[in-house]
Design a binder for this molecule. Structure first.
Ligand code: CAA
Length: 379
């Protein structure tokens, strides 16, 4: 795999690094503590082109490749994994889904504002009884003339209460099971749409995670995304790309954990020596760095396949499976290296652990990634 990044890719990475350090780092801990959404930072991310990185320029996007997206997200996540998931959902799930499956009219109407950060998007697949078992959709959309009538509940929806536009999966024909699910573009302000519950979370606490309720919402038939009955394929295909985003979020957290550990190991003295001089610490740092490089390789491989229009679902699942494990392990080791200081809030590494855990759960648990990988080898 070729690791020689282009000048543009490096420039994007540097811009993201500067933005993360100047705009996100100073407030990340406070926002985590207060569970406060980074409204101002998200607006700036839009101005920098970070909210629609892979959207073509004709729809207001930055027209960049997946590698650039990965490089930028890694920098953001190193500092603030909450900001990273807000960005990931808008880019990978909402903008990509709309650009790939939307009609010209839908792209004109919704994609331009989403890609420039004027509006924010969410992706509503999960339900109380449809998490890993994503095809078990209970939300229904009944056709009535030129409208679909939407009823049901979605849960764990990232960006849910902040979003202007939500891509919602719903069953248009329960008798057809997975083949009876369709995708819809739903605007926040329509009557019957409400935020049912804001979740209090272990980590990524400054991101927005809510349940959404739909009660007799009238959705114009023109807001059907793709064809009727193809909503599950739309969702799973879109999630293949989303998993590269979450793998990158995990990579950033692992990197942040490593950087904090290296800095602390050089500063902290015990037994009259910086603890960096002890092999017990050196081995931990060596293992973290090695696993991080391996995770990066898997992620760049998946991104490169996507950029070359080659199949990437299995590579994305491998990247997410591995990187999320590395994130959790690295954050745990960072706490161990920091000792008691790692367990309290002062040094941030406890936030890295809290933020890391979700990367093993959302956009497909680690068990689901193994199912995807296993099936691809055994079919
Ligand atoms: N791309 C396109 N189509 C796909 C696909 C893919 N990657 N994977 C499966 N499909 C198709 C299948 O071919 C099948 O269609 P046909 O019958 O026409 O062949 C249909 O979709 C259903 O697939 P399966 O029969 O394989 O369905 P399954 O019930 O056995 O399970 C699964 C598939 C892999 C377990 C899937 O349900 C899955 O990935 N579950 C996890 C869901 C998930 O990731 N949720 C995340 C929620 S969003 C989120 O987390 C966002 C956030 O907040 C950050």
């Amino acid at each position: 795999m070729n690791y020689e990044f282009t000048e543009t890719q490096l420039m994007i990475r540097d811009t993201a690094r500067q933005f993360a350090l100047e705009e996100l780092a100073p407030t990340a801990d406070e926002r985590d503590e207060k569970e406060e959404f980074p409204t101002g930072a998200v607006k700036k991310m839009g101005e920098l082109g970070f909210m629609g990185m892979m959207v073509s320029e004709r729809y207001g996007g930055a027209g960049l490749d997946t590698i650039s997206y990965v490089l930028a997200m890694e920098e953001i996540s190193k500092v603030d994994a909450s900001a990273c998931v807000i960005m990931s959902v808008n880019n990978s799930l909402v903008c990509w889904g709309l650009e790939t499956f939307g009609t010209e009219e839908q792209k004109e109407r919704y994609l331009k504002d989403l890609a420039t950060g004027k509006t924010l998007g969410a992706f509503a697949l999960s339900e109380p009884e449809a998490g890993s078992d994503a095809t078990n959709q209970r939300t229904t959309a009944r056709r009535e003339g030129e409208y679909y009538i939407l009823n049901g509940t979605k849960n764990f929806i990232t960006n849910g209460s902040q979003a202007d536009v939500v891509l919602v999966m719903a069953s248009t024909d329960r008798s057809k099971g997975a083949k009876g699910v369709s995708a819809f573009i739903v605007e926040k302000n329509i009557p019957g749409f409400s935020v049912a519950k804001k979740e209090k979370k272990l980590g990524i606490r400054s991101s927005d995670t809510v349940s959404l309720a739909f009660q007799d919402c009238r959705i114009p038939a023109s807001n059907l995304l793709g064809k009727e009955g193809e909503g599950i394929k739309f969702a799973l295909k879109t999630l293949d790309g989303g998993r590269i985003g979450i793998a990158t979020q995990a990579l950033g957290i692992a990197e942040g954990s490593l950087e904090a550990s290296v800095k602390y190991a050089k500063e902290r003295k015990a037994f009259n020596h910086p603890i960096a001089e002890f092999q017990g610490i050196q081995f931990k740092i060596a293992d973290m760095a090695t696993k991080i490089e391996a995770a990066r390789g898997l992620i760049l491989n998946a991104a490169a396949l996507k950029d070359r229009n080659q199949p990437y679902a299995t590579a994305a699942a491998m990247a997410k499976l591995f990187a999320s494990k590395v994130a959790v392990e690295s954050a745990l080791e960072a706490i161990q290296i920091h000792g008691g200081y790692g367990y309290v809030r002062e040094y941030k590494v406890e936030r890295f652990l809290r933020d890391a855990k979700i990367t093993e759960i959302y956009e497909g648990t680690s068990e689901i990634q193994r199912v995807v990988i296993g099936r691809s080898l055994l079919q």
